[in-house]
Design a protein around this ligand. Structure first.
Ligand SMILES: Cc1cc2nc3c(=O)[nH]c(=O)nc-3n(C[C@H](O)[C@H](O)[C@H](O)COP(=O)(O)OP(=O)(O)OC[C@H]3O[C@@H](n4cnc5c(N)ncnc54)[C@H](O)[C@@H]3O)c2cc1C
Length: 595
């Protein structure tokens, strides 16, 4: 039967042995007192909640899905509501949130690790509180004091959930053409009218109130993205004391039937003169929404990390049990009719690919979580700015690279089980279906790639990329003297200089033809993903080499996985460089009619 065990040992390796979070957090005044033991016990408890409460609901949610009852009423699968109640009562929702609004104020990096486990256990369920977290971030950054005092405590406690309402039937990637209207009322509020589609957690029965953050246009707004404002539109309009007032003028018109994440309600929302309040300045809504979108993009990376981990665990357990064929080098279990499939080189390729992707993704996302803590809480402005630059540069890579790998990993996990992987009973096919959406929503992975290459790299003439390069070199410098490190450092250094060369080439070509950016962006993002992963594997190998005589097999396994990464996955970089270099001509030559 499917199973999930929180991978606490590897999480601790990343947090304590790679990132030294306790030391890093000591430099951030709000977190100076937190120690490794506290972090471990929070994650151990959180892991129990994920494995014991959320995971058993994962297949129930997939099978039952959400139900639309007409007249705007949506119910979630059996057990979802009760699990959410437990989550709220235990205070898990407020883990990384501001104590001024009732949160526990733990560092973002700890919250990230908890999110990984929640997503392994049940991505569809986790999206309900996950979206609240994004709404909290946007309101925390841009809300007035009155808005913060009214909404944040309820979002922090989890009594209310949040959503992000961007997409319209004709406006997905291109938000500049959205049509939802916001007309000013005499009392300072706005009347919101329009239809939003694909709104995750738009309507459900898990919380008393749902706080929608809606993008809309003022009557005199300029066209395009410069004319979009952001509004809070609550399902029940709260009174000043936070109690629920009258029902607002909008409804869920339908829920979508879809490939995966069945337990999460994907809603059509019809706003019909609904009352809303502006967040931030007029026509600057996209900027405020970007806070929510960036947090969601990192969150989507965590979704795929979580799914890839649970899929890996199940395919590994199966590969150790399933007896088929003999090992090419002769029988390993002579008293059995066949050997376990883990003896076969290609089954090992599939398992090690998942393992290498998962463990590097864990290091990458937790590092990003820690960088967000430093960006917001370090006393030195320059350190804050440097970390903000790295987070901005790497957010599209977390989203794009980890979700692409997450889909590949879950597909490989399914393949390890052969035909049994395709059968629902084992749970693997659900992970594949669930993982697929992560490459699409929160900006498709193509859009992430364009953001990375166009805006984040070429947009500042490579300054952030250079800063990142220096940061990686500085982090690896202590391992530079170790002769055993050369097998890892040499390919990493080679890739870093290839990336520099390629970036300059694309930059020069893009000055003559902007399509060159669009043509190179997707392989370029994958290439940067590999640059980050080869850095992560160098660092992990360095830590493991120092401890290889400890007698703990964990470090040997790390080293072998690092070698596997460089031998079998890193070589993709040569093909990616060739693809990015191949330019736009073969893509753009045909007229649309000639396809
Ligand atoms: C299950 C689910 C949940 C969702 N949840 C939410 C939510 O909570 N809130 C919300 O607001 N939205 C949500 N969405 C919407 C989601 O974010 C959009 O589907 C996504 O941004 C893509 O928009 P689109 O579907 O209109 O595709 P389009 O924008 O029409 O894109 C179609 C294709 O064209 C490509 N493309 C478009 N423009 C460009 C370009 N400039 N350059 C290169 N390629 C381009 C895209 O990459 C894509 O491959 C959800 C969607 C789904 C399916």
């Amino acid at each position: 039967m499917p199973q999930y065990t929180p991978p606490l040992r590897d999480m601790q390796f990343v947090l304590h042995e790679m990132l030294n979070v306790e030391g890093a957090l000591k430099k951030l005044p709000p977190h100076a007192d937190i120690d490794a033991a506290t972090i471990d016990s929070v994650l151990e408890e959180g892991g129990k909640f994920c494995a014991e409460v959320l995971y058993p609901l994962n297949r129930v949610g997939d099978r039952e899905g959400c139900t639309y009852h007409g007249d705007g009423v949506v119910t979630t699968p059996t057990g979802f509501k009760e699990a959410y109640q437990q989550f709220v009562e235990a205070g898990w929702g407020g883990l990384g949130m501001d104590p001024d609004y009732g949160g526990q104020g733990l560092p973002h990096v700890v919250h990230s690790a908890f999110m990984e486990m929640m997503n392994s256990a049940n991505q569809a369920w986790t999206m309900y509180p996950g979206l609240s977290h994004g709404a909290y971030n946007a309101l925390h950054a841009f809300g007035t004091d009155e808005q913060k005092n009214l909404y944040l405590p309820k979002l922090v406690s989890g009594e209310w959930t949040g959503t992000m309402c961007l997409t319209e039937p004709h406006a997905g990637t291109d938000l500049g053409i959205l049509k939802t209207k916001a007309e000013p009322n005499a009392d300072g509020s706005y009347s919101i009218t329009g239809t939003k589609i694909f709104i995750s957690a738009g309507e459900h029965d898990m919380a008393q109130n749902i706080v929608h953050l809606v993008l809309a246009r003022l009557p005199d707004a300029p066209g395009g993205t410069k004319g979009i404002s952001l509004f809070i539109v609550p399902k029940f309009i709260p009174k000043a004391d936070g109690s629920l007032g009258k029902r607002n003028a909008f409804k869920c018109g339908a829920i979508e039937h879809k490939m995966g994440i069945h337990g999460n309600a994907t809603c059509v929302m019809n706003f019909d003169g609904a009352t809303g309040w502006m967040v931030g300045a007029p026509n600057k809504g996209l900027m405020a929404m970007f806070v929510m979108m960036n947090s969601a993009r990192l969150g989507v990376g965590m979704q795929s990390l979580g799914l890839a981990e649970v899929a890996y665990q199940n395919s590994l357990a199966y590969a150790k049990e399933r007896l088929q064929s003999r090992s090419l080098t002769g029988p390993k279990l002579k008293d059995k009719p066949a050997d376990p499939i883990i003896v076969h080189p290609d089954v090992r390729r599939m398992l090690l690919t998942q393992k290498a992707y998962v463990e590097a993704a864990r290091a990458f996302t937790y590092w990003a979580g820690l960088a967000i803590d430093v960006e917001h809480k370090h006393p030195d402005e320059k350190v804050r700015k440097d970390n903000a630059d790295l987070v901005a540069l790497l957010t599209p890579v977390v989203k794009g690279f980890i979700t692409d790998n997450g889909y590949e990993s879950t597909t490989l996990a399914m393949q390890v089980l052969g035909g049994h992987g395709y059968i629902s009973e084992w749970g693997l096919e659900q992970h594949v279906r669930d993982a697929r959406i992560n490459m699409i929503y929160e900006g498709t992975n193509t859009i992430q790639a364009l953001d990375l290459l166009g805006r984040k790299v070429l947009g500042d003439m490579g300054a952030r990329l250079m800063k990142f390069g220096k940061a990686m070199q500085a982090a690896l410098a202590p391992f530079g003297e170790m002769s055993e490190m050369q097998e890892f450092l040499a390919p990493f250094n080679a890739l870093q200089s290839e990336v520099q060369k390629l970036t300059m080439e694309i930059g020069q070509r893009a000055m003559k033809n902007p399509d060159e950016v669009g043509a190179a962006a997707v392989p370029y993002l994958r290439l940067i993903g590999h640059l980050v992963f080869s850095f992560a594997w160098c660092y992990a190998a360095g830590v493991a080499l120092r401890k290889q005589d400890s007698g703990d097999a964990f470090y040997k396994t790390k080293l072998v996985t690092a070698r596997f990464y460089f031998a079998k996955l890193y070589p993709e970089t040569a093909a990616l460089i060739a693809q990015a270099r191949a330019g736009s001509q073969s893509l753009m030559e045909l007229e649309a009619a000639s396809f």
